[in-house]
Design a binder for this molecule. Structure first.
Ligand code: HT7
Ligand code: ZN
Length: 858
């Protein structure tokens, strides 16, 4: 397959200012007529043909300026039409089969309704078109179909006409006045009902809001609607962005490859990110909905009004929009907790990506299949890169930068370079060297050493940027580090400083310290780097107890645990050192449990042990079985050491009545944590408590956390709770997804066999991405099961990829990265992982999966 290169970008030779489409809708067959008004692009090279992209479609007729054309030809999937004049009308008819479209790209059927997914290259599966983000057009769309089957007909923009058609048919005509790229096109037709509301924008315009769902789901749309209204207000207040149509529609569909899609005026969502009530959704689900609703809404400016010139610029819209949704969620709840959660995602997913065979810069240089680049690097590291600009500029100047960016590029297809330039001009930053963050892959490593002499403390900083595929040598990056020094005796903190480490090494001196102070570094996680600091265990205990930066406090605790587990895994601990370390961690956690100044939500973060994946990431080569055993062993020790405290915490938190407010949510979080520690420390007691919690639960958060603990244990409580949960929620797809996921991510020693059996369950299907992810993604992220010593976990994932690839290549290819970690795993398992990748490489794979497999082996 072809390799697309960023440097090969050329403007499209034709402008397409207007598009008119006509859809005769049917689940089995939909007829599409598309008329493009085209004109020569004065900014591009002359061409005597036009290339219209197509994928798995054929032209049923081609007309140029109302005359049937016969001189067209196909080049692969693309349609090439000779054009001699400066402006033409091109009509192309196509026929598509939505029910047969299992890839869920283009026009497809889901639960009897029709819907579309066009980003990034799905529009070409509906009609022939220059399917690239720099071709912007206004769209006029007529859609018609049987009224009983498709009573609701939706498209982008404003509804201009609707009425009865022939026989039992009806029609609707939509017009979107905002020029947009084809990837933002959307159409939905089906039996839907709406939760309707309205929003008055800052300039006083009334916007009708609808969240469209299946009939029975209406009672679970309230949170999504509230989230939408909050997002609209927040974007006005914080970024000065106002909504620009009279209508904003959101549709929930149950078959969807990703989380949601920001189509202009018609967002399409995975039901998972719309539907919630306390009986069926956890607190985490509620947060997910708020964040994703905000994210898609914010795209209306960062993505739609200003779009991307080409897909290499994907992080321009995704990184920026993730930052915007993160800041929004920080403002809606606890900012420090949200920051810790975001960093956990970054470290759990992006750092491994950045240190593995799939590492790429946030602005990649090449790709074979763009769908493979909707990565944590593009999204989460992209957000961190813009966050660093904000940290360096300060909030106010950052806003001046974003204002200038929107003003300069409104209605355009822009580049990452345009964003950086707007930041330089608007925020007054010099980002010359900072551009390296767009070019270089890999997570920089900062080494910090503190030296004390007389009354001066010197912080010696140095950096290393690791080699990544295709980038053996790196230049030093500008790394903004917030740091502070604490007086060891008085506990007083010196002023926080922002130091930009922009060379290989730098030393910063601080006066006025009679004794060696304690260094707090990368406060607030000011830069997406790893830190190696020469801090003693006492220093970490000090920071874990009193650092006033919540992230730094969390970080100190994490480091304390990571060091202990690393040493244990590497066999460096004799029994005395082990005991000492466990005691220090136990004391630190005990202090967290007793600290009356902490809210429970933050307490829950501090209690969370670093994940097995994160510990593995700190080791050059990891033995997953040893990491698992040591981590669980430590949790068992802590569970026993602090048993009384955890039981008391569970009792106290259980007395808080259900509500969605922060206090009650915090209580549910620590309640779950207490059970998890007790499950390893005293399994019988934990099983009893968990079963009681399960039975008494009046909300999904408590029910799920209890079931999670029970699923990892053996006994009749486990069996009974799983049966009860299934029976109670049978027919509710999103909750049955949880039922699958809980078992696939369980600590049970027979988890792998359970997953095998669940794959044959009558509710399991490869056709629904949520269901596939709930079973197999949960499994692949469950180290003790996935890394079974005989390689059975790897074989199972490879089998899944082979079975899923012909059905849904986008979803299949997302299962390759877990196998791609083979270089960082101990030799026995590493060989078994590689064996499965080679087995995949020998198969006839989609472009998506083939690219990921070959990069993973490469
Ligand atoms: N911009 C959206 C990306 C997306 C997508 C990409 C490929 C295939 C299917 C997809 N569905 C949605 C989502 C977002 O980041 O907002
Ligand atoms: Zn997005």
């Amino acid at each position: 397959p072809a390799l697309f290169r960023r440097k090969d970008y050329r403007p499209f030779p034709w402008l397409v200012p207007e598009v008119a489409m006509d859809f005769a809708l049917g689940l089995e067959r939909t007829d599409v007529t598309t008329v493009l008004r085209v004109a020569r692009n004065p900014a591009a090279e002359h061409a005597d043909t036009i290339r219209l992209n197509g994928d798995e479609i054929e032209p049923a007729g081609v007309w140029v300026d109302d005359e049937p054309a016969s001189d067209w030809r196909m080049d692969g999937g693309d349609l090439i039409i000779p054009l001699s004049g400066d402006a033409h009308d091109i009509r192309v008819d196509t026929v598509v089969a939505p029910s047969a479209n299992t890839k869920l790209m283009g026009l497809y059927a889901s639960d009897g309704m029709l819907c579309t997914q066009c980003e990034s290259e799905g529009f070409r599966r509906i009609t022939f078109f220059p399917d690239r983000p720099d071709v912007l057009s206004t769209y006029r769309v007529r859609m018609a179909g049987p009224k009983a089957q498709f009573p609701v007909l939706l498209c982008n923009g404003n509804l201009e006409a609707e009425g009865a058609g022939e026989g039992d048919h009806h029609f609707a005509e939509w017009h979107d006045p905002w020029p947009k790229p084809s990837y933002l096109f959307a159409l939905v037709a089906g039996q839907l009902v709406a939760n309707s509301d309205s929003f008055t924008t800052m300039s006083g315009r009334e916007v009708a809001l609808n969240i469209w769902v299946r009939d029975g789901d209406l009672p679970r749309t309230g949170h999504a609607m509230e989230s939408l209204k909050k997002s609209m207000r927040w974007d006005e207040e914080v970024f000065g962005r106002e909504y620009d149509l009279d209508l904003f529609n959101v549709v929930a569909v149950s078959d969807f490859n990703m989380g949601a899609m920001e189509n202009k005026g018609l967002n399409v969502f995975n039901t998972k990110y719309v539907l919630a009530d306390e009986d069926t959704a956890t607190d985490g689900d509620f947060d997910g909905i708020e964040g994703v609703i905000a994210h898609e809404y914010f795209h209306n400016w960062s993505g739609n009004r200003v779009t991307c010139r080409d897909w290499f610029q994907l992080s321009l819209k995704e990184g920026f929009t993730v930052l915007r949704d993160q800041l929004f969620s920080q403002d809606m709840g606890s900012a420090p907790v949200k920051r810790i959660e975001d960093v956990r995602v970054l470290r759990g997913v992006q750092f491994p990506e950045d240190s593995g065979p799939l590492a790429h810069p946030i602005r990649p240089d090449s790709y074979k299949e763009i769908s493979n680049f909707y990565t944590s690097t593009i999204y989460n590291k992209g957000a961190e890169v813009i966050r660093m600009m904000r940290t360096m500029a300060g909030e106010q100047r950052f806003r001046q930068g974003t204002d200038l960016y929107f003003e300069r590029h409104d209605g355009e297809a822009a580049t990452c370079e345009d964003f950086v330039r707007a930041m330089e001009d608007g925020a007054g930053l010099d980002l010359g060297q900072f551009r390296l963050w767009y070019e270089q892959a890999g997570t920089p490593r900062v080494i910090a050493r503190l030296e004390h002499d007389g009354t001066t403390a010197k912080v010696h900083l140095s950096q290393e940027v690791p080699a990544t595929p295709g980038q053996p040598h790196k230049r030093p990056m500008p790394i903004p580090l917030k740091l502070a020094l604490f007086d060891r005796d008085t506990y007083e903190r010196g002023e926080e400083q922002l130091v930009v480490l922009d060379e290989a090494q730098k030393t910063i001196a601080f006066g006025g310290f009679a004794e060696t102070p304690v260094l707090s570094i990368n406060r607030g996680f000011s830069a997406p780097v790893t830190i190696a600091r020469e801090a003693s265990r006492d220093d970490l205990v000090f920071l874990a107890a009193r650092d006033d930066d919540p992230f730094a406090r969390y970080e100190a605790l994490q480091e304390l645990v990571v060091r202990q587990l690393k040493d244990a895994v590497e066999g460096k601990l004799d029994s005395e050192a082990r005991d000492k370390g466990e005691l220090a961690i136990g004391d630190a956690l005990s202090a967290v449990l007793a600290d009356g100044n902490l809210d429970d939500s933050m307490r829950g973060e501090l209690l969370l042990l670093p994940s097995e994946g994160y510990i593995a990431e700190t080791l050059a080569v990891a033995d997953p079985a040893r990491i698992h055993a040591e981590r669980r062993g430590l949790r068992a020790v802590l569970g026993r050491m602090l048993e009384a405290e955890f039981v008391a915490l569970h009792d106290r938190a259980s007395a808080v009545p259900f509500s969605l407010d922060a206090e009650a949510r915090g209580a549910r979080k620590v309640k779950a944590q207490a059970l998890v520690y007790l499950a390893d420390g005293n399994p019988e007691r934990s099983a009893e408590m968990a079963f009681a919690q399960y039975q008494g639960a009046d909300n999904m958060t408590d029910r799920q956390s209890a079931l999670m603990v029970l699923t990892g244990l053996d006994g009749v409580e486990r069996t009974n709770a799983l049966i009860d949960f299934y029976n109670r929620y049978q027919g509710n797809a999103l909750v049955i997804d949880k039922w699958f996921a809980l078992q696939a991510s369980s600590m049970h020693p027979h988890c792998l066999e359970h997953v095998k059996a669940l794959a044959g369950h009558r509710d399991f299907t490869l056709k629904n991405p949520n269901r596939v992810r709930s079973l197999y993604m949960a499994f692949a992220a469950n180290p003790h099961a996935f890394h079974a010593a005989d390689g059975e976990g790897y074989r199972m994932i490879a089998n899944l990829i082979l079975a899923l690839d012909p059905i849904n290549p986008q979803t299949a290819s997302r299962f390759v990265p877990p196998l791609g970690r083979w270089r960082r795993i101990e030799p026995g398992r590493s060989a078994l992982m590689r064996e499965q990748l080679e087995r995949l490489a020998a198969a006839d794979l989609s472009r998506d999966t083939a690219e990921q497999v070959s990069r993973s082996l490469g």
